[in-house]
Ligand binder design. Structure first.
Ligand SMILES: [Mg+2]
Length: 224
């Protein structure tokens, strides 16, 4: 299977880190569990110029290096790769953050994952660009890859993933998606353990299906 794995708040604890940044740099006191929406400008009550500065700081290589790894993420990704899946890191971060992003992935133990920068939120044009930045692809272009599964936490990204009917989407539990109404192709995941178990169960079902088809003939439909 080809699997899309988001970075922020799936592989690393971004929002919790940004709560600290907002407090240090802007004097905004918001607890992680009170981040109930995805619009951080509203969450931290930042005006336009503060938000521009906040984005710049949060995407600096120095800040990115400080993001803690999400519990179970390294073992989870390793388990998926070991099971033969192709895992791609897919992020809505600006492509200009690629050095910091890829340095963090390497240090955290995800250095083997290819990274794709995607305009998940329709704001890629707001970010500064450098000549050596990797390309940023649209969600439509990303959809052409026909991922078998996707793991994301952002309601805005999930709205787009709802249209990927043949992709199984894992909604990574976070306070800001707690009230998100799941589309038919979505399931919730409380953490990496649950995700790895779901893939293992699916592999088990596939093995059962193959064995039953071998016994009864490949044309016979098998249900379980
Ligand atoms: Mg995310």
């Amino acid at each position: 299977m080809r699997i899309y794995v988001d970075i922020d708040d799936v592989l690393c604890e971004t929002a919790a880190t940004l709560c600290g940044l907002a407090e240090r740099e802007f004097g905004r006191h918001v607890k992680y569990l009170d981040v109930r929406q995805f619009d951080l400008q509203k969450v931290f009550s930042l005006d336009g110029s503060e938000m521009a500065r906040f984005r710049e700081l949060s995407h600096s290589a120095h800040a990115l290096a400080s993001y803690p790894v999400t519990q179970g993420a390294v073992a989870g990704v390793r388990a998926l790769v070991a099971a033969g899946h192709q895992v791609d890191a897919v992020t809505g971060r600006p492509a200009s953050s690629h050095r910091g992003t890829e340095a963090w992935l390497e240090t955290a133990g995800f250095g083997d994952l290819p990274v794709t920068y995607v305009d998940k939120y329709g704001r890629a044009g707001c970010f500064g660009q450098n000549p050596d930045d990797p390309p940023t692809v649209s969600m439509d272009e990303l959809g052409e890859r026909r991922y078998d599964a996707a793991i994301d936490d952002s309601p805005l990204a999930l709205d787009r993933l709802a249209d990927w009917r043949s992709t199984r989407v894992f909604v990574f539990d976070r306070p800001w998606n707690a009230d998100y109404a799941l589309a038919p192709n979505m399931v919730r995941a409380s953490g990496w353990r649950q995700i790895v178990d779901a893939f293992a169960r699916q592999a088990e079902y596939c093995n059962i299906e193959v064995k039953l088809c071998n016994v009864h003939g490949s044309a016979e439909m098998v249900s379980y």
